[in-house]
Design a protein around this ligand. Structure first.
Ligand code: BDR
Ligand code: CA
Length: 312
């Protein structure tokens, strides 16, 4: 059986939690560590939230704190979606497990540089930690198997132009997109198709474990949507990256040239995707990113539900 080694960098966050559970619960993934970054909520909260998930799964892997703010911008979080704690819904508890003392950028550099080039980096928050690691050690890209990230997209979800992860730290997104690492992108327009269907929610509600109940309560809050009071079908964006590593055939992908707008203004943080392949006429550079475009939602949920059920 093919097993992919993964380091997960993110900002838990409701959908980050689901991505981490999918990675830890599926036999095709060897989850080595979780590094966290400020994004959906403060760095302090993302660490605590990641540790709570580790406690619920009884999983002893490093949880490594990274950057508390974006490279240049001031931090803007998403309490309207994830609540003040980033994890609104379930009852919180004090995690037994502790975060690592090392900084995420140092951890990423050390781990990748010592590796055989066989570790995937999944990035599902603002790309601050990864941009910092790449800036300090550009050789890291020779060692990262691929960066599979949730961010960008054909249209925005936080401004008309920009997706949240890119908008929080556009300069970091630009550094990562411009890097020579192999990149696979799960943008907003694709990941908003990864909805929690009523059937999936019913099945989650039937999972009688501490983790299952925690996930149910997370999703109940998440389904209130940004307007709180108008229920939505919430989207498990970040878990698409993990699902891809488990079974790439869940998705259709194509290679495109992608760039990021780093000029402050209406399109700050927007990803520009050369969908009509202007590179064919030498009007744009050659493709630099594999972009996911379609997903099989039934297969996605089969993997997600199996992973939650692994934990008692
Ligand atoms: C992304 O932003 C966050 O709200 C989610 O965790 C996801 O990574 C979606 O735009
Ligand atoms: Ca996230």
């Amino acid at each position: 059986m093919r097993v992919e080694k993964v380091i997960y960098d993110g900002d838990p966050g409701h959908d980050d939690a689901m991505a981490i559970i999918m990675a830890a619960g599926d036999p095709h993934i060897d989850l080595l560590a979780v590094t966290t970054v400020a994004g959906n909520t403060t760095l302090e909260n993302t660490i605590k939230n990641a540790l709570m998930i580790m406690d619920l799964m009884k999983l002893d892997i490093p949880v490594v704190p990274g950057c508390a703010k974006p490279l240049l911008k001031k931090l803007q979080t998403a309490p309207m979606v994830h609540g003040q704690s980033g994890f609104e819904g379930p009852e919180h508890f004090v995690p037994l497990r502790q975060a690592s003392k090392e900084h995420a950028a140092d951890f990423l550099i050390r781990t990748f540089m010592e590796s055989d080039g066989d570790i995937n980096l999944v990035a599902a928050g603002p790309l601050t930690n990864i941009a910092l690691a790449m800036t300090r050690e550009p050789g890291i890209c020779d060692k990262v198997k691929q960066i599979v990230f949730m961010g960008g997209g054909r249209y925005g979800n936080i401004t008309g132009a920009a997706e949240f992860n890119f908008w929080v730290d556009p300069e970091a997104a630009k550094i990562v997109i411009d890097s020579k690492c192999k990149k696979v992108m799960f943008g907003w327009d694709l990941t908003e198709k990864a909805i929690v269907t009523p059937e999936a929610f019913t099945k989650i509600s039937e999972i009688d474990s501490r983790l299952g109940r925690f996930v149910r309560d997370l999703i109940e809050f998440y389904a209130l949507g940004p307007a709180k009071g108008t229920e939505i079908l919430p989207t498990i964006n970040d878990a698409c990256c993990i699902a891809y590593l488990i079974n790439p055939e869940i998705f259709e992908t194509s290679d495109y040239f992608v760039d990021v707008v780093t000029t402050p203004g209406i399109s700050y943080g927007m990803s520009v995707i050369d969908y009509y392949r202007m590179n064919t006429w030498d009007m744009s550079p050659q493709p630099n990113v594999t972009v996911a475009e379609e997903l099989d939602l039934d297969l996605f949920w089969e993997i997600m539900l199996n992973a939650i059920e692994v934990f008692d």
